[in-house]
Design a protein around this ligand. Sequence first.
Ligand SMILES: [Zn+2]
Length: 75
Amino acid sequence: MPTELRRNRAKRRARALHFLNEDGMVACNPRDREAAHRAEAEGIATENQQAVTCRKCWAVIRRMDRLELPPYPRG
Ligand SMILES: [Zn+2]
């Protein structure tokens, strides 16, 4: 895939909703408190599992709860 395309893709993905775990950390980056603050400040963090669109967070939720979730978020 050409670099240009990949960059555009990354941009579209930038608004993915991340999952905040019970420690208040983003599930895909649980050691980075700054990332959690940023995500909250930008309104791209949620505690609603059903609303998560970040694939990494999604994968963490799947592992955590062993839910019968599809491999990727909808949309
Ligand atoms: Zn995430």
